[in-house]
Ligand binder design. Structure first.
Ligand SMILES: Cc1ncc(COP(=O)(O)O)c(C=O)c1O
Length: 263
């Protein structure tokens, strides 16, 4: 007999953004004359840049001709893109990441949500609070947490991010096996210094843990002293997986293209 995955029933407010959309729709239906200032889901306000539009059109034309039609792409992504990512995003910043360590995908939401499937279900999780909600929700669905009590799931080590620590959580005393970090952070915008990231790499090594580093917003960093990638930290190759997205930098939120780096 078919049965539901009981872990789904633990989801407090399902996907946060779906819940916000539901509430906004209910409010606008009840108050059609009231303007709504939306502070929920972030989205870009500019269209795709000309270079992206031209490349998308050219790629469509390729797929429209028998001589140039490609079918499914290589599963890790086209080599020309992986080579450029390895060079421009990593080698140029002094990070030794090879094209064969880059996995092109259909969005960082999918990648940061799906990655947990490769780990055991009884591992200890550490997740910042507040943070992009996908990390918590996917682990809840996978059965790595208990019930939600007062807005927090049992079994997650929440990394408090408050004004007192400038929204950059310190390395905890307690051990964890899988640690999510997001810098620049959604939603706080906080960035981590080289020293703070080095402390996390050290923590991961001591605990034989993996860091999942989401740097979807790295191109907004203006201070040259702030690392754009976890791989700018010595030893990070041994313990970290990094997520990057073109959504915020190239107007790709409606198109989705991203990549994950697994050294
Ligand atoms: C921190 C963070 N990671 C990942 C994503 C998703 O990126 P993508 O559009 O590539 O799925 C978002 C989008 O809001 C985000 O804020």
């Amino acid at each position: 007999m078919i049965r539901i995955n009981e872990n789904y029933t633990k989801l407090a407010a399902s996907y946060l953004f779906a819940d916000i959309a539901r509430r906004v729709n209910a409010y606008t239906a009840a108050h059609p004359d009231r303007p709504v200032i939306r502070l929920g889901i972030g989205d870009v306000t500019e269209p795709l840049p000309a270079a992206c539009v031209e490349a998308l059109h050219a790629a469509t034309d390729e797929m429209a001709q028998r001589a140039t039609f490609k079918g499914y792409g290589p599963e890790q992504g086209y080599a020309f893109l992986r080579e450029l990512v390895a060079q421009r995003d990593y080698a140029d910043r002094g990070c030794a990441i090879g094209p064969d360590e880059v996995f092109v995908s259909d969005g960082s939401k999918c990648d940061s949500g799906n990655i947990q499937e490769i780990f055991a279900t009884d591992i200890r999780l550490a997740i910042p609070d507040p943070v992009y909600p996908v990390y918590v929700d996917t682990n809840v669905m996978a059965g790595r947490t208990g019930a939600c009590v007062d807005g927090r799931y049992e079994g997650i080590l929440y990394l408090e991010s408050t004004a007192a620590n400038s929204y950059v959580p310190a390395v905890p005393q307690a051990p964890a096996d899988l640690v999510y970090l997001c810098f620049p952070n959604n939603p706080t915008g906080a960035v981590a210094t080289r020293q703070q990231l080095a402390a996390w790499v050290d923590y991961a090594k001591r605990n034989r843990a993996v860091l999942l580093f989401d740097s979807a917003y790295e191109s907004y960093i203006r201070d040259p002293a702030i690392p754009h990638s976890i791989y700018e930290i010595e030893g990070a190759r041994d313990v970290a997986i990094e997520f990057r997205s073109f959504s915020k930098t190239a107007g790709f939120t409606g198109t989705r293209c991203a990549y994950t780096v697994v050294p």
